[in-house]
Design a protein around this ligand. Structure first.
Ligand SMILES: [Fe+2]
Length: 316
C-alpha cells in the first residue's frame, strides 16, 4: 500500500465508524466547501485544502512522499523523537504512525471536537446547549495548544527522512463504536457489570496487568448503571465540564470514557452521574488495533511501540 492509500483508508474507516453518520459528515464537508468558495483570496491561501476531503483535522500525512510504497510500519500511541530514532535503528521501517496528533494535526485538534456536539445531541442534550458549552471549551483547547512546540517530531522525521503519519479521531471512532456495541450487547444493569463487560476486551485485560484497567471513578459497584453514554472516547479531547448536568437532565446514568480530569469527575458527581473510565492508552490501543487489522489484511507488517497494546483481530 502507498502512504496516501493508508491515509485515505483511515479517513474512510473513520467516517464509517463516526457517531455523526456518513450523511451528516458529507453535509458538513459540503458546507465547508461552499464557505471556502466564498472566501477572499488571502483567506483561501491560508486555508488547509485537506479539510475539504478529510473531516478529521487531527489526522494528516506529516512528512514523506504520499506515493511511497509501505511494507512495514512502526506504530505508537505517542511518537516523538525517541520513537523516530527507534524506527531508524530497526530495519526497513517505511512509515511511522503516531496515534496522538503531531505537527499541524495537533494544531488542528480543537476542530475535531465539533464531533462532540453531535454525540451529546445523539444522547438527548439539546443541540443548541451542546454547541454553546462546547464552543467555550473548544476555544480553551485552541488557546492551550497554541504555545506548544507542535512541529518538533515532524522536524525530526524530516532529518531522519522517515515518512510520518498520524491517525487520531478515526481510530478513536473505531474504539467508541466497538465499546458501544459491546455494552449494548451485554446490556449491563449494575456499574460493576460495565467494568466486567469491558474487561472481556483483550486490550483492557492486558491493561489490568500493567495497573491501568477499567475503573469506576464515580459511583459504587452495586449502583445501577442507568442509561449508558459514551461521551469521552472520541472527539479530540475532554469536552466541557458543564455538560454533566445537561446529560443528567437528558436521562444519562453512567458515562463511559477513556480518561477524566478531576474537574470533570467532580461535576459528574454533583450531577449524580456515574463514571466508568475504560483506560486511556488501552482504549487508544483498541481503536488503533481495529485500524491496523485493515493494514495487516493488506499485507503490511506492524511493529508496535510507545504503549500500543497490539491485539490483532484478523478473522474479523
Ligand atoms: Fe488518546
Amino acid at each position: 500500500m502507498k502512504i496516501k492509500e493508508i491515509y485515505n483508508l483511515a479517513i474512510k474507516i473513520g467516517i464509517e465508524a463516526d457517531f455523526r453518520g456518513k450523511e451528516e459528515i458529507e453535509r458538513m464537508l459540503k458546507r465547508l466547501k461552499e464557505k471556502y468558495e466564498k472566501m477572499e483570496p488571502d483567506e483561501k491561501e491560508e486555508f488547509d485544502l485537506e479539510r475539504l476531503k478529510n473531516p478529521f483535522s487531527d489526522t494528516r500525512i506529516l512528512f514523506g512522499n504520499p506515493q511511497k510504497e509501505v511494507k512495514k510500519v512502526l506504530v505508537g500511541i505517542d511518537v516523538d523523537g525517541e520513537e523516530l530514532l527507534l524506527a531508524e535503528k530497526l530495519d526497513d521501517i517505511d512509515l511511522v504512525i503516531s496515534h496522538h496528533p503531531r505537527g499541524k494535526a495537533l494544531a488542528g485538534l480543537d476542530d475535531v471536537m465539533q464531533l462532540q456536539v453531535d454525540v451529546l445531541a445523539k444522547y438527548g442534550v439539546p443541540v443548541n446547549i451542546a454547541e454553546k458549552l462546547l464552543k467555550k471549551r473548544i476555544e480553551e483547547v485552541a488557546r492551550g495548544i497554541a504555545p506548544v512546540n507542535h512541529n518538533r517530531a515532524v522536524d525530526m522525521a524530516r532529518h531522519l527522512d522517515l515518512p510520518f503519519l498520524c491517525i487520531h479521531t478515526p481510530c478513536d471512532n473505531l474504539a467508541a463504536k466497538f465499546a458501544d456495541e459491546k455494552l449494548k450487547k451485554d446490556n449491563p444493569v449494575l456499574i460493576e457489570e460495565i467494568t466486567k463487560s469491558l474487561k472481556e476486551i483483550p486490550e483492557y485485560r492486558e491493561a489490568i496487568a500493567i495497573g491501568a484497567g477499567p475503573r469506576i471513578f464515580v459511583g459504587e459497584k452495586e449502583n445501577r448503571a442507568g442509561k449508558i453514554v459514551i461521551t469521552g472516547m472520541t472527539g479530540g479531547t475532554e469536552g466541557s465540564p458543564e455538560i454533566y448536568e445537561k446529560l443528567a437532565q437528558a436521562g444519562a446514568g453512567t458515562v463511559v470514557g477513556m480518561h477524566i480530569s478531576e474537574k470533570h469527575r467532580e461535576e459528574a458527581e454533583k450531577a449524580n452521574i456515574n463514571v466508568v473510565i475504560a483506560g486511556h492508552i488501552s482504549s487508544d490501543s483498541l481503536g488503533v488495533n481495529l485500524f491496523l487489522d485493515e493494514l495487516e489484511k493488506r499485507g503490511i507488517k506492524i511493529i508496535p511501540c510507545s504503549g500500543l497494546i497490539r491485539v490483532p483481530r484478523i478473522s474479523k
